[in-house]
Design a binder for this molecule. Structure first.
Ligand code: MEV
Length: 307
């Protein structure tokens, strides 16, 4: 039995904008997907998916998962016959947490170990990117990068992606609120593209704001000015609302988080459902915000960024 892992992630700044080559910042979280691969006693390929999930997530994503697996096998030039695979770990299979990327990364690592391919992290990242195409057509690559390398990541898509690891003084607590809605990232990305083409002037202005904001966010993170990071997350949420990727439930979670002391809150990932991330430095603030989210009937994850 060979094992592989992939981190879950939150995007702190500029999901969606990143697809259009504007820099973004993501962080791995302290939750992982684990893949185990073994030779199968029975003929053919079997997958047992034991990840915890937002109800309905795995069913909704099953054909995308199949497409993704085919792409991974193809990218690794592996014949998928007679392989048994199990997915597990403590990362919730849910929209916005990098669940698809974490599973692609974990699977690529487990297969590399099983078939003794000796893949480097860079090669694992390339394979995971191919796998991500099964889930969201034209991924920017930020999710699989955070999932593969972990830590806090500055990412700019381009002919050659720019990937930079950011260092911060100490990890920071966050609370992640789950709308409970399974979202379709491809549709959300396509929607932004369509609206951008229809309203080029309006979108150019928003995109310019997103671009200048993320440089300030990088500086604030590196100088550990968390108040400023939080303020910029709030602003980033506003820009994401302006491009039409938030929804009532996400806005409600943002409001609950801010009312209960979070110093910043925004949707994370594709939006239109999925998850919200609140910056809550210190265990007390994290607990207060997490509890308030739970009291309103939403799921919550207590974890950290910049680990
Ligand atoms: C999804 O986690 C992030 C998006 O920006 C899509 C992508 O970057 O591929 C919405």
């Amino acid at each position: 039995m060979s094992e592989g892992y992939g981190y879950g992630k939150v995007i702190l700044f500029n999901e969606h904008f990143v697809v259009h080559e504007i820099p973004a910042i993501a962080s791995a979280i302290e939750k992982k997907t684990i893949a185990n691969v073994d030779d199968s006693k029975t003929e053919g390929f079997t997958l047992s998916d034991d990840r915890p999930e937002t109800p309905g997530y795995k069913k909704e994503k099953s054909s995308q998962q199949k497409d993704s697996l085919d792409r991974i096998f193809k990218a690794m030039k592996i014949d998928e016959e007679n392989v048994r695979m199990e997915l597990s770990g403590d990362l919730l299979a849910a929209s916005g947490l990098g669940a698809s990327a974490a599973s692609c990364t974990a699977i690529a690592r487990a297969l590399s170990n099983h078939f003794e391919l000796g893949y480097t992290d860079e090669k694992i990242n390339d394979v995971a990117y191919e796998g991500e195409k099964g889930y969201h057509g034209t991924p920017s690559g930020i999710d699989n990068t955070a999932s593969t390398f972990g830590g806090l990541i500055w990412f700019k898509r381009g002919k050659q992606n720019v990937i930079e690891k950011l260092k911060i003084k100490a990890p920071v607590e966050i609370a992640i609120g789950n709308t409970g809605l399974v979202a379709n990232t491809s549709a959300a990305v396509a929607g932004v593209r369509e609206r951008k083409e229809k309203n080029p002037k309006k979108y150019e202005k928003i995109f310019n704001e997103a671009e200048s904001l993320v440089y300030g966010a990088k500086e604030a993170l590196e100088s550990y000015d968390l108040e400023k990071v939080g303020k910029l997350m709030d602003k980033n949420h506003r820009l994401l609302c302006d491009i039409g990727v938030s929804c009532e439930e996400l806005d409600l979670l943002v409001e609950i988080a801010r009312k209960n002391g979070a110093i910043g809150a925004k949707l994370t990932g594709g939006g239109l459902g999925g998850n919200m991330v609140a910056l809550t430095p210190g265990k007390d603030m994290q607990e207060k915000v997490a509890k308030a989210i739970e009291d309103k009937g939403f799921g919550v994850i207590r974890t950290r960024i910049g680990v």
